[in-house]
Ligand binder design. Structure first.
Ligand code: SAM
Length: 351
């Protein structure tokens, strides 16, 4: 069965190698754009393999560059490949690829951070959220400076079922700096456990597929790279608004070496900080002496539910930011000390 599938699958006709494309179009990597290319098509095939079965699938590839991954996506049988590339120098090379795979490649010269993916695929591919994932995949080897803010943006859209998730539980296969890949998939109690671990794992099944050594890229980055696969969960593990969960998690992890109550305290205004923190921890049944990394998704779920209830009871709580309160306190202290100085001539003279 698998063999006959292979026989009927689409193969790209012979094309210049990626190295030749780079030479042909003078595509020297721009360090300031953190461009590192994959030239080895066995490696790009291995990445694409992690996405699952792409036969007849729709794929959005982010940052195709000279098109190594794009070739593997097409060879895996994708029917509709939309590539979004910010650097216009790559467009002619991508057009060559598009000619080699007639009707299969759409090229967008744009920025993936602002690109409207919700309008880019036909509605008939959409699946209900609770059903199996749609035949739509997001794949990309992006600069690290883009992939981290982008995954946070996509996690929020996942929670709100907007952007690429209007089509259902769209799967993602993306590269990250190895350390970020480890954080995304870190389990409770591990050294790499962080904000990203909670935000990704409460919404998705996250798999750290394999590590690519830096030397596999041209030019070689200073770090190794992890390939991470995300499948959105039919039932998120925390049923609270994304922004609320994000705020809670951010507060907890800001003091990652301290007991968790320390970060939780900062969710509340100084006047009733201790009482509300105690109520939060007691109602959520969380031990205040656990360190942030020791908190499971279940702990965060319980904390988010109680914090959500407290926010509903006091509408100002969700907007409360201890840094603003601290800044205002310092400003008024400075103002008071200035006033004191101006009222005290002797002190003023000394100054
Ligand atoms: N995918 C190619 C490969 O694996 O060889 C290129 C990888 S290179 C690390 C990242 C690519 O993403 C570059 O082509 C760069 O121009 C593109 N890129 C960077 N920021 C982008 C953005 N915000 N939107 C779309 N493409 C972007």
């Amino acid at each position: 069965m698998a063999a006959s599938g292979k026989m009927t699958s689409f193969r790209l006709p012979p094309l210049p190698t990626i190295r030749e494309i780079i030479k042909l179009y003078n595509l020297r990597a721009q360090r300031q754009l953190s461009q590192n290319f994959l030239l080895d098509l066995r490696l790009t095939d291995k990445i694409i393999h992690q996405a699952g079965n792409l036969k007849n699938a729709c794929v959005c590839e982010v940052g195709p560059g000279p098109g190594g991954l794009s070739r593997s996506i097409l060879n895996a049988g994708a029917a509709d490949l939309l590539v979004v590339e910010k650097d216009k120098r790559f467009i002619p090379g991508l057009e060559l690829l598009s000619e080699a795979a007639p009707g299969k490649v759409r090229i967008v010269h744009g920025d993936i951070l602002t690109y409207r993916m919700d309008q880019s695929f036909p509605t008939h591919i959409a699946k209900k959220w609770e059903d199996e994932p749609p035949d739509l995949h997001i794949i990309g080897n992006l600069p690290f400076s883009v992939s981290t803010p982008l995954i946070v943006q996509w996690l929020e859209q996942m929670a709100n079922r907007s952007g690429p998730f209007v089509f259902g539980r769209t799967r993602l296969t993306l590269t990250f700096q190895k350390e970020v890949a480890e954080r995304l998939t870190a389990s409770t109690g591990s050294r790499q456990r962080s904000r990203l671990s909670i935000m990704a794992q409460y919404l998705c099944t996250v798999k750290n597929c394999f590590t690519i050594p830096g030397r596999a890229f041209v030019p070689k980055p200073d770090v190794d790279v992890g390939v991470v696969h995300f499948t959105p969960l039919a039932q998120p593990q925390i049923q609270q608004p994304f922004k609320l969960v994000e705020k809670l998690v951010k507060n907890v992890f800001q003091f990652r070496g301290k007991h968790c109550h320390k970060g939780l305290e900062m969710l509340f205004p100084e006047v009733d900080r201790l009482d509300l923190t105690e109520e939060l921890l007691r109602s959520a049944d969380v031990d205040p002496t656990l360190r942030p990394a020791q908190l499971s998704i279940g702990h965060f779920r319980a904390l988010a539910e109680v914090y959500g209830k407290l926010c509903r009871e006091n509408s100002e709580l969700i907007g409360y930011d201890f840094r603003v309160e601290l800044r205002q306190k310092h400003q008024s202290q400075r103002r008071r000390s200035k006033e004191l100085h101006s009222q005290h001539p002797l002190k003023k003279e000394k100054c």
